[in-house]
Each structure stands twice: as structure tokens, then as C-alpha cells.
Design a protein around this ligand. Structure first.
Ligand code: VG1
Ligand code: CO
Length: 542
């Protein structure tokens, strides 16, 4: 094997965001761009001599080429063992599971819910031996290395194949190509009551899963159709495509419109679900009923003991700060702790590793548990199906009963995408300047209790993360949160999260837009968002 050491110079923008380094595909295609970052990653990871590296992605455009180069860079850097999913495919949660099954770390190639293709986005992320996204200390160190890199190493190796399951020797490196679905499907069978779900489906319960031409197609076909007996065709858009069929693989009411239309039609199925580009997000729909992700987390927590994998109960739960407080009410009633962390799955890792929490989630269609160290789309779908089977009630009935028991958190998120960065910064500055004067102020029927820029001290390692979003907290439990996205690739994305809490039995069935109308007006007035950005309306409302 000939190892070449190539002289390089740093790129100014190799700083990972909420979930890895995400850029336009064309940025990643620049000569030396991927190589620089992977070299910095491997230097920082310092894998043990016999440590295996898992590599896989969501199949988007440039996935194979990137994996080909990563294998050669890994070989040149003394990595002795690489495990890849066949075809270079691995969903993010399946990659997490593979890493946890004995590897030293993993590289996941995805820009998640962002569109793919030559004009779309690409991304790369490092997960540590626990299977979870590397913590901020690691990603900061990688960014610092990438900012002063002078060379990278890459090996000339004999041709290898990503399509043949089995072991190949690539120079000194052992390359294992594995079935991307098998181990994951087994893990799911170990957690859920497949017999009960199979019986539910056999009884005529109709479901639809939209894989959005992204990574979960093969997983959902294997599990829902082959193992659980759902009719062929239950999974739609099941073939992963490099450009996701031209779509935006983001499972929400805006982008999963085909599924939403079907689930709100007269002959709607009993259950609908979708996942995102890399398979870690989920959207849950009942018949003509949408379950908000924050409610979904709360319902899973409240019903967890009905599911075999969680029958012993939960040690605790966690949610990201902007996620609604619906799960807090469940935790309180169960007498277990509820942690509030910054946005991004990496902040759940320590709590999961320490056994302090069992379930966690985010408002951005992400739910997960201690079974892996990523959020998990197909897992969430199976959890819901297991609950439906165990309770023998519809999705809508389960959620309405939940509201009656725990109260309801009305919730909406406004996204303003591709806003000029300076305008977005002005919005945030304008808000920050008001933090000290807001408490005590009356806004419509709400009184501000506190306002701050959220900071978080990790309960396990004491690390501090600051500036994680502006919070305006009202005395009655309502909240407005503002933050800038860390996953966008064009200008800035401003996210505004609006929530109110309702426990009065007569007011649990309102339309969300009606329930939050006044708070939305307050949120816009406080931030002067329309004035600063010139945006009359958000790009997406969820
Ligand atoms: C968004 C979501 C966040 C999620 C992140 C990664 O981040 O808000 O909750 O963890 O995406 O999810 P941001 O910084 O753009 O708000 V995924 O499925 O894109 O890996
Ligand atoms: Co994702």
C-alpha cells in the first residue's frame, strides 16, 4: 500500500453545527475539502490500533464517493478495521447500534432532512464509541484542527466493493460490508411486542409509512411488511434515491404532503408515519389526526410500561429546551426527573450513558431511548404501534385521553429559512437587549416571569453550553423561544417556538392556530422579526 501525504491548506468554514458539518454538496466536492475534515476527525478520534470504524450514510448524492475516500484515508491513518453498510447505506440509528456493538467510533454521512443531489446538501458527523454524536468538546477540537491543517494522508489501495456482503482485505485494512438492516431489525424485535403488533395488523388495522425515498425504505419494508405482516406497498417511496426523488425528506406537515393528504382523506388509514433523510426523525399521524412531536414524547413516556423493552419503567426523561413541556407533566406524575438540554441529540448522550434517563426527544420530530444514542424514526413508529396494540384504541383517542389526564401544551414552530445572516443576528441582538426589562411585563393575558439566554451545565461532566436560545417564560406556563438553526446551509434560519399550557377540560380541543394566535402576535412584536428580515410570513409552520 502506498500512502501519500498531500499538502493542503485549511478551509475557513469547517465548524460543525447542531449535528455535524453540513454544507452544500458543491462545497464538499471541492478538492481537499472532505479529506481535510476527515483527517482532522481521525486525528482527534485517535482510534485504538484494533478499534473498528463504522462508516455509512443515507445514500444521498456523493455518499459512495465520500465513503471510497474515507476508506482510503482511514487505511493511510492506520485504521485497521472499517465496517460499512452494503451500498454505503446505514440509517443514523442503525449506525449508532452498529457502533455500540463493539466499534470504536463511526462516521455518518448525511445532511438529514435537507434535500440532496448536486444542488442539495451533504454532511458528515462523527459518533463516539457509545454510538452517539461526539460532544461539543470533540467537535470544537476537530474544528480547531481543521483550521490549521497542513496535510492529509490517503492510501492507494486495490479496488474494493461496497456491494458484496463479507470481508475484504484493503491493504492492511479489513473491510466488512454488512447488511444494513439485519442487526437493527433484531434490536427492534427485542424491544417491542411483535406478536401483538402482527395481530393488530392482521385484524385489519391499516397503516402507511412514507420513507420519502430516503434511508428508512429498506428498514420499514423488512420490519413492517416482512416481519409484521403489513401488506406489500404499505411502505411508499421505499427506494432510497440520491436526490430523494427531488423531494425534501423532512417528515412534517409541509414536506410529507402526500402522506398527510392520504391520512386526512375520507378513507384514511388508521395510522400514518414518515421518516427523514437519515432515518432518525419520525412523524406520527392517526386517522385525520396529527400528533405533535412534543406530545408524542409525552405519550410514549406515559405508556412506556406497556412496551416489553420498557416494562421496568423509566429512570428519567429529557427534552431539548425548545420542546414543549408536555413530557414534564408525565415525569412529574411518574415521580421521575425530567432534564432540559440544549437542541441537538449530543446533549442526551451523557444522561443516557449514566442511566439517568430512558426516553428523550425534541420538538423537531425526534424521539429516542437508551437502545441507541441517536433519535430513531422506525423505533418511534413501532413504539406507537405497540401502544395502539396494547391499548386497543385509536391514535386520536390515546392522545385525547392523554390531554385529559395531563393537560395539553399547544405548540407551534415558525421557521424563517435562508434569512440574511446579519438580519438574523439583529433579531437576536434586539431580543437579548430586552432580557433584563421583560420580567414583570404584561403581554395580552400573559405576564413575563423570566427571560434569559439558555445555558446548560451537563449533569454528568459539568461542561457548560451557553447562548442556546432566547427564552421568554410566562407565569402561566406559556413560553416563546427564539434560536438560530445550526443545520442550515444558506444564510441563517430563525426558529420561533411558541407554546401555551392548558388544563381546563373545556379548552383541550381547540385548534392550535386559534389557541396560540395572541402569543404568535406577541412573539413577532417582541422580536421585530418582520421589520428586521422583511419576511411577512415564515417558510414553514409546524
Ligand atoms: C435541527 C433541529 C434539532 C435537531 C437537528 C438535527 O437543528 O431543530 O432539534 O437535533 O436539526 O436533526 P437546528 O439547529 O437546525 O434547529 V437531524 O434529523 O437534521 O440530524
Ligand atoms: Co435526521
Amino acid at each position: 500500500m502506498i500512502v501519500q501525504t498531500i499538502t493542503t491548506s485549511p478551509f475557513a468554514d469547517q465548524r460543525p453545527g447542531t449535528s455535524g458539518l453540513r454544507k452544500k454538496t458543491t462545497v464538499f466536492q471541492q478538492p481537499r475539502y472532505l479529506e481535510n475534515f476527515v483527517q482532522a476527525l481521525l486525528d482527534e478520534a485517535a482510534l485504538p490500533a484494533d478499534g473498528a470504524l463504522v462508516v455509512g450514510g443515507d445514500g444521498r448524492y456523493f455518499n459512495r464517493e465520500a465513503i471510497d475516500r474515507i476508506v482510503r484515508i482511514a487505511a493511510a491513518n492506520g485504521v485497521s478495521h472499517v465496517i460499512v453498510g452494503r451500498g454505503g447505506l446505514l440509517s443514523t440509528p442503525a449506525a449508532s447500534h452498529l457502533i455500540r456493538s463493539g466499534a470504536a467510533g463511526g462516521i455518518i454521512l448525511s445532511a438529514s432532512h435537507n434535500p440532496g443531489g448536486p444542488d442539495g446538501d451533504f454532511g458528515i458527523k462523527y459518533n463516539t464509541a457509545n454510538g452517539g454524536p461526539a460532544p461539543e468538546s470533540f467537535t470544537n477540537a476537530v474544528a480547531a484542527r481543521a483550521a490549521r491543517i497542513t496535510s492529509f494522508r490517503i492510501a492507494d489501495v486495490p479496488a474494493f466493493s461496497l456491494d458484496v456482503i463479507g470481508t475484504q482485505q484493503v491493504g492492511p485494512l479489513r473491510l466488512d460490508v454488512v447488511d444494513p438492516v439485519a442487526a437493527y431489525a433484531m434490536l427492534m424485535e427485542s424491544l417491542f411486542d411483535f406478536t401483538a403488533i402482527r395481530a393488530l395488523i392482521a385484524s385489519g388495522f391499516r397503516l402507511r409509512f412514507d420513507a420519502m425515498h430516503a434511508i428508512t425504505g429498506p428498514y420499514a419494508v423488512e420490519i413492517l411488511e416482512r416481519r409484521l405482516g403489513a401488506p406489500e406497498g404499505t411502505v411508499i417511496n421505499a427506494t432510497p434515491l440520491p436526490d430523494f426523488g427531488g423531494g425534501h425528506p423532512d417528515p412534517n406537515l409541509t414536506y410529507a404532503h402526500d402522506l398527510v393528504e392520504e391520512c386526512f382523506a375520507d378513507d384514511a388509514p388508521d395510522f400514518g408515519a414518515a421518516s427523514d433523510g437519515d432515518g432518525d426523525r419520525n412523524m406520527i399521524l392517526g386517522r385525520r389526526f396529527f400528533v405533535t412531536p412534543s406530545d408524542s414524547l409525552a405519550v410514549l413516556a406515559a405508556n412506556a410500561t406497556r412496551v416489553p423493552g420498557y416494562a421496568a419503567g423509566l429512570t428519567g426523561v429529557a427534552r431539548s429546551m425548545p420542546t414543549s413541556a408536555a413530557v414534564d407533566a408525565v415525569a412529574e406524575s411518574l415521580g421521575i426527573p425530567c432534564f432540559e438540554t440544549p437542541t441537538g441529540w449530543k446533549y442526551f448522550g451523557n444522561l443516557l450513558d449514566a442511566g439517568r434517563i430512558t426516553l428523550c426527544g425534541e420538538e423537531s420530530f425526534g424521539t429516542g431511548s437508551n437502545h441507541v444514542r441517536e433519535k430513531d424514526g422506525v423505533w418511534a413508529v413501532l413504539f406507537w404501534l405497540n401502544i395502539v396494540a396494547a391499548r386497543g384504541e385509536s391514535v386520536e383517542a390515546i392522545v385525547r385521553a392523554h390531554w385529559s389526564r395531563f393537560g395539553r401544551n399547544y405548540y407551534t414552530r415558525y421557521d424563517y429559512e435562508a434569512v440574511p445572516s446579519d438580519a438574523a443576528a439583529r433579531v437576536m441582538e434586539h431580543l437579548r437587549a430586552q432580557l433584563t426589562t421583560l420580567p414583570g411585563q404584561h403581554m395580552g393575558e400573559h405576564v413575563v416571569r423570566a427571560a434569559d439566554d439558555f445555558s446548560y451545565t451537563d449533569a454528568i461532566d459539568g461542561s457548560l453550553s451557553t447562548k442556546q436560545g432566547i427564552r421568554v417564560l410566562f407565569a402561566d406556563g406559556a413560553r416563546i423561544v427564539y434560536r438560530l438553526s445550526g443545520t442550515g446551509t444558506e444564510g441563517a434560519t430563525i426558529r420561533v417556538y411558541i407554546e401555551s399550557r392548558e388544563t381546563h377540560p373545556d379548552r383541550l380541543g381547540m385548534d392550535t392556530a386559534d389557541a396560540l394566535r395572541e402569543l404568535v402576535t406577541t412573539a413577532l412584536a417582541l422580536s421585530q422579526l418582520v421589520e428586521f428580515t422583511g419576511r411577512a410570513a415564515p417558510t414553514v409552520i409546524t
